[in-house]
Design a binder for this molecule. Sequence first.
Ligand code: GLU
Ligand code: MG
Length: 637
Amino acid sequence: MGLLSQGSPLSWEETKRHADHVRRHGILQFLHIYHAVKDRHKDVLKWGDEVEYMLVSFDHENKKVQLVLSGEEVLETLQEKGERTNPNHPTLWRPEYGSYMIEGTPGQPYGGTMSEFNTVEANMRERRKEATSILEENQALCTITSFPRLGCPGFTVPEYKPNPVEGGASKSLFFPDEAINKHPRFSTLTRNIRHRRGEKVVINVPIFKDKNTPSPFIETFPEDDEAARASKPDHIYMDAMGFGMGNCCLQVTFQACSISEARYLYDQLATICPIVMALSAASPFYRGYVSDIDCRWGVISASVDDRTREERGLEPLKNNNYRISKSRYDSIDSYLSKCGEKYNDIDLTIDKEIYEQLLKEGIDHLLAQHVAHLFIRDPLTLFEEKIHLDDANESDHFENIQSTNWQTMRFKPPPPNSDIGWRVEFRPMEVQLTDFENSAYVVFVVLLTRVILSYKLDFLIPLSKVDVNMKVAQKRDAVLRGMFYFRKDICKGGNAVVDGCGKAQSSAEPAVEEYALMSIDTIINGKEGVFPGLIPILNSYLENMEVDVDTRCSILNYLKLIKKRASGELMTVARWMREFIAKHPDYKQDSVITDEMNYSLLLKCNQIANELCECPELLGSAFRKVKNSGSKTESSN
Ligand code: GLU
Ligand code: MG
């Protein structure tokens, strides 16, 4: 999750003293990059996925599953055997927030040819196999978005007690600092977010009220003032960054052929974020309880919310410069393309000086306000050795602010002096249990970018409506019950070109009839007379493409999964997990997930992921690959 510098991390007080320095030089670094590569064209379409994993250990005798705090050593071994031995190694491994997490990506980005869609799953399988091969007996690599008993007593191995004392990083009642990755970036982020905020982070997730759930559901924390004040009735209370950033996701990054294409994709995909998030919902359980939400998003958002009381609007502004309406981890606040301008209806807090400076340097209003908005934030970590940099050839200060603005979409300028192009990152998806599903979601999103670019589609709606969608998307069963604002005529902008806006009245107010409330089924599968549906559009695109039989078969299989998840014929991971727990013989319909229930659930997840059992409710009847071969067996689904 971002830039890893080595060195001695500074405290919040020290970091704060350098905040203006970091911002000033961050902007200079951005300007150097911008001026050097703003006109770069014809970079080829490349893309890559990122999968985040958890390491778990099964204690079969005591029917318990725990998170293994060995991410650092596992990572070291994987890198040593992989990229450090062979620069063309097919996988790359990176650290993640939890000491029980690692992140894997393909060794090389994928290119623009269709046949590469047929290598995604094989690469994900390779990653799973590679990492699994170095684990100890009874350990497994899991792609689950949230560990159901994260923060419950003894949830890690080795076991540690939480350390809610001054001087700790989280000061959490539940989440021990030992579960944070040992690289100093992660504990420093944790501590500095808390110090900047002035108190522990507060996460309250509504509990799912089952038949026997106490009502009101109240937990008391007499030993901790902050917790006693912050925890809400009928909510699962959490108090540490680890409850959010300790969750796993699935991301896709695209390289566009030019800066304007990147800006166009950024905007178009921003509208898709809530839709795909709801479709990928996979995180219904928190701190040992069944919650009433299906997605991690709001939890992570609260888990890194470093805003002070003043910035949150709870006290008059005295020591801070702005009221800030969102956490650093949240949905985007402004579109970047000219076509998006008229849909920018969210109040944007910006650093005015930076904005003016960027305009003076020849940057247009939309990009200038985007950067000036990111730069209202303070740096959260700074390493003593990394304060004075060469602004023409380094970008750490820019990246410092950029990489701690964790938004649904990220617009990524090329690193200095590299042959990487302008990129955008798609960040809302929850990670799925199997490589098949993860490939399906990735391929769906990548194909969508192809049709957006080829057919010049226009999904834009007022950004405030996308925010409404983000809220709906996280609710329980949003995929079946939620209604989402979506643009009705996505081809209307027929002549909307990447660089300009094509439409006659580009500055006019968007007409209300441009969008309507639709179900995910309508958006994905279409509905006669209402909306053509994304899958039918992708299918017609595919029909016109030359694709080898095997790749076509894989892609159609992936799209079928998405289609059936959208229609409700197949369950989301969240729904499937809920039903698994509801049917568990130990479950008392009181919203409590015991160690034993957690064990059976994770065991089942692991069996499904390793194809030791089928799960038709989730996957349909057959989505199998023959082991060690790139080709598919027959899929009857
Ligand atoms: N794990 C975070 C999530 O679930 C993302 C961290 C990152 O940016 O890599 O969204
Ligand atoms: Mg990550």
